[in-house]
Design a protein around this ligand. Structure first.
Ligand SMILES: Cc1ncc(COP(=O)(O)O)c(C=O)c1O
Length: 259
C-alpha cells in the first residue's frame, strides 16, 4: 500500500518551507531595489492592505514600456486593484472553515512577488531546459533539503519533489510517477471523506482530472459506524486490482489503519 497522503503532506508544508526559504532569499538592505519589486513586496500584508506607492512622483515621467513595468498596480489597473481590495475585506470579515486554506505569511507573499517569478525553470536542479538557473537550482535544492528535514527523512533513502504548488498537483505528480496513464487507483470516496483528487466521479461524469486520466474505484466508510470498511475495501481491491491504494483523507476523524 502506498501513502499518497504522506507525500502530499510534505507538499502541504510548503508554506512553512517557503517562509523559511524567504529568510535566505531576503535581500541585503543595500541591494533591495535590484532584487525586488518594492512596490509589491513592501505592501502586501496579511493584516490589512498597506499599499503605498514607492515612487509616485517619478511615475508620470515614465513613458511606454517603462511605465508599464514600474507603475503601481493601483495606478495601472484600478479595476483589478479594487477587486483585490474587496477580496481582502471579504477574507478578513468572512469565515470559511476549509482546513487547507490559510492566511499566507508576509514572507511567503514576498517570495511569491519576487524576481523568482521571472524565470523559466522546467526540469530539475542541474537538468534544466533553460540557462540561468543557478540560483533557482540552489533554491529548489534548499527547499528539498528542508522538506526532508521537516519530516526527519533520510536523504539517502528519500527524495522530495517540491515543485507542485499545492496538494492536487502533488497527488497528480505521485500518480504519474507510479502508474501509467489509465492505470488503476483506489481512494476514499469524496462523500465518505476522501478528496476530489482521489478519483471522484459520479454515475454520469468523471469530475476530477484523476478520474479522467486514471481509472478510479472508490472505497467507502461503513454507513452505520462511519469507519472505513477495510474488509470491503480489500474485497474490492482483489477484484479491481489497483496499482495504488491511496491512504489519504480530507474529512475523516480517525487514524488510518495502514496495516
Ligand atoms: C487529501 C487531500 N489531497 C489533496 C488536497 C488538495 O490540496 P490543494 O487544495 O492544496 O490542491 C486536499 C485538500 O484539502 C486534501 O485534503
Amino acid at each position: 500500500m502506498f501513502s499518497v497522503q504522506r507525500l502530499s503532506t510534505i507538499t502541504r508544508a510548503r508554506g512553512t518551507l517557503l517562509a523559511q526559504l524567504s529568510r535566505h532569499c531576503s535581500p541585503a538592505s543595500s541591494d533591495t531595489g535590484s532584487l525586488w519589486h518594492e512596490s509589491l513586496v513592501a505592501k502586501v500584508s496579511n493584516d490589512q492592505i498597506r499599499f503605498s506607492s514607492t515612487s509616485p512622483k517619478s511615475a508620470p515621467k515614465m513613458a511606454g514600456n517603462a511605465k508599464l513595468l514600474h507603475e503601481n498596480l493601483w495606478d495601472q489597473d484600478p479595476e483589478l486593484m479594487d477587486l483585490i481590495r474587496k477580496e481582502k475585506k471579504r477574507q478578513t470579515r468572512g469565515l470559511e472553515m476549509i482546513a487547507s486554506e490559510n492566511f499566507t505569511s508576509l514572507s511567503v507573499l514576498q517570495c511569491l512577488s519576487s524576481c523568482l517569478h521571472n524565470k523559466y525553470s522546467e526540469g530539475l536542479p542541474g537538468q534544466r531546459y533553460y540557462g540561468g538557473n543557478e540560483f533557482i537550482d540552489e533554491i529548489e535544492l534548499l527547499a528539498q533539503k528542508r522538506a526532508l528535514e521537516a519530516y526527519r527523512l533520510d536523504p539517502e533513502q528519500w527524495g522530495c519533489n517540491v515543485q507542485p504548488y499545492s496538494g492536487s498537483p502533488a497527488n497528480f505528480a505521485v500518480y504519474t510517477a507510479l502508474i501509467e496513464p489509465h492505470g488503476r487507483i483506489m481512494g476514499l470516496d469524496l462523500p465518505d471523506g476522501g478528496h476530489l483528487t482521489h478519483g471522484f466521479m459520479t454515475q454520469t461524469k468523471k469530475i476530477s482530472a484523476t478520474s479522467i486520466f486514471f481509472e478510479s474505484m472508490p472505497y467507502k466508510v461503513d454507513p452505520v459506524t462511519g469507519l472505513i470498511d477495510y474488509d470491503k475495501m480489500e474485497e474490492t481491491a482483489r477484484l479491481f486490482k489497483p496499482k495504488v491504494i491511496i491512504a489519504g483523507i480530507s474529512c475523516y476523524s480517525r487514524c488510518l489503519d495502514y496495516k
